[in-house]
Design a protein around this ligand. Structure first.
Ligand code: NAP
Length: 337
């Protein structure tokens, strides 16, 4: 390929992104920057967090500049290099963008990866990448999950949530998962080993709280929160004393110009619970260790990983929106080479 197709953010979305917020352009393949390299991206991660990066709002990373390609974690092969430590032909994982070719300089998030013996290089965007490790470190290091505890997970059929539930079972927790619709709830128990599955769709906070109470009569020792809003309000009504809440994501609010907020915060006080704001990047220097453990559990058949691989940079918008309709069945990935 001689051109570099790039999926640009050209307007900040107002609520739910629309196709007009983006433009696919063709440019020349760039040269390696001084001391850096150019990577031919093969697989791009599509993540809920990208929606937040499109807003001009304070966050843990700067907003994507208008006219820049949408920032994304990718795995690809080094195409050209000005750095002997990153030679052409090597597979590399890094923070790049939705584009065929990205310039990269070591020092940011860029690491060589060994894809031999791995079912697909895309695993470095799912189980063995930041998403799987969000589950791993969030549950084991932030929540410090213990055998016999009750673990309540929202977004439970998703990339993070499905791994949280399975690692919870490995630790010996009783797992209760919340997801949208009967098909996803079936997957919670059949594919991801959840003890109980709860469908949140079409239910009031009170109705959902009652179902959680029936599933976890003693309350949840750990809440792994991916959704926020009404789902979290219902969870807060079901905390065990001293519960730990891992605040991992709030996807129900990402497309909402008016933030939904939480009305049952009093329960955190009443149950002397702790809310842990959590970014997986805190554990970046332990990714190799976590990735190796995840790989071992996959090889042993103790950890099932589903990837929802969509194809083509020209389909980036439609693919991205699967995260918000709930259409994705596993870690959402865009294959572009
Ligand atoms: P995912 O769960 O695979 O996909 C998103 C899922 O969210 C959808 O399939 C849908 O599932 C659910 N959802 C979408 N809109 C919703 C709404 N309005 N209300 C309730 N549920 C909704 O995505 P993921 O990559 O694993 O991310 C899950 C969460 O983890 C996100 O909040 C993300 O921001 C967070 N995260 C945090 C970190 C960190 O470092 N803190 C790292 C990675 C991810 P249903 O069909 O079940 O509704």
């Amino acid at each position: 390929m001689s051109a570099n197709r790039r999926f640009l953010l050209i307007r900040r979305p107002n609520g739910e992104p629309v196709p007009e917020d983006f433009r696919l352009v063709e440019e020349e393949v760039p040269d390696p920057p001084a001391g850096g390299f150019v990577v031919r991206n093969h697989f791009c991660s599509l993540d809920p967090a990208q929606r937040g990066w499109m807003d001009d709002a304070p966050s843990y990373v700067p907003p994507i500049e208008l006219g820049d390609p949408v920032r994304a974690t990718t795995v690809g092969v080094i195409h050209a290099s000005d750095n002997p430590d990153f030679p052409p032909g090597q597979w590399v994982l890094g923070m790049n963008a939705l584009e065929d070719y990205s310039q990269a300089v070591p020092g940011g998030f860029a690491m060589l990866i060994d894809v031999s013996g791995v079912a697909s290089p895309s695993r470095f965007l799912s189980a063995m990448g930041a998403v799987g490790l969000t589950a791993y470190f969030g549950l084991l290091e932030v929540a410090k999950a213990q055998q016999g505890e009750t673990l309540l997970v929202s977004g439970a059929a998703g990339a993070v949530g499905s791994a949280v539930g399975q690692i919870g079972k490995i630790v010996g927790c009783r797992t209760v998962g919340i997801a949208g619709g009967p098909a996803k709830c079936r997957r919670l128990t059949e594919d991801y080993g959840y003890d109980v599955a709860i469908d949140y769709k079409g239910k009031s906070v009170g109705e959902l709280a009652a179902e959680i109470a029936a599933a976890a009569p003693g309350g949840a020792d750990i809440v792994f929160e991916n959704v926020g809003g009404d789902v979290m309000d219902a969870e807060l009504l079901n905390l065990a004393h001293g519960a730990r809440i891992v605040l991992c994501g709030l996807i129900s609010e990402y497309n909402s110009p008016e933030k939904i907020g939480i009305r049952n915060l009093w329960q955190v006080l009443a149950k002397e619970a702790t809310v842990h704001g959590y970014l997986v990047s805190r554990f970046m220097d332990r990714f190799a260790e976590g990735g190796a453990q995840m790989a071992e559990w996959m090889a042993d058949g103790r950890l099932r990983v589903d990837e929802d691989v969509q194809e083509g940079l020209e389909n980036a918008y439609a693919a991205f929106m699967r995260l918000f309709s709930g259409a994705n069945t596993g870690k959402l990935i865009l294959k572009i080479a």
